[in-house]
Write a protein that binds this ligand. Structure first.
Ligand SMILES: [Zn+2]
Length: 109
């Protein structure tokens, strides 16, 4: 799938490790996923109801939208994918608000 310039710019705000993981996850899922959140300021995090210790505040989490089948497949892949030797995979893989207009997959590394 094609990732937009805006999404590339958002992903660059992540730590290099999280950015690499997110790019890999999007590529491997092989169906449309859109990047809707990466690094957040604390103000933005409060505004969207993020948890106070959110990985988004440290540039370690990405939110992805897509249809629910794609999100489920991406969630499974996120648990399995590794980058290099010694990579222990994600810290969090959360399917949030499934079946609602807010549905998304949150993954933190
Ligand atoms: Zn998130």
């Amino acid at each position: 799938m094609c990732i937009t310039n805006r999404e590339v710019a958002m992903l660059r705000l992540l730590t290099p490790h999280a950015n690499a993981h997110a790019r890999q996850l999007i590529a491997e899922t092989g169906a449309p996923l859109r990047v809707t959140s990466t690094l957040r300021t604390s103000a933005r995090n409060r505004q969207v109801g993020g948890s106070p210790g959110s990985f988004h505040l440290r540039g370690r989490a990405v939110d992805l939208t897509g249809d629910r089948y794609t999100l489920r497949r991406a969630a499974d892949l996120a648990w399995d994918l590794r980058i290099g030797r010694g990579c222990t995979g994600p810290e969090e893989v959360l399917l949030e608000y499934l079946g609602t207009p807010r549905q998304h997959l949150h993954v933190a590394w």
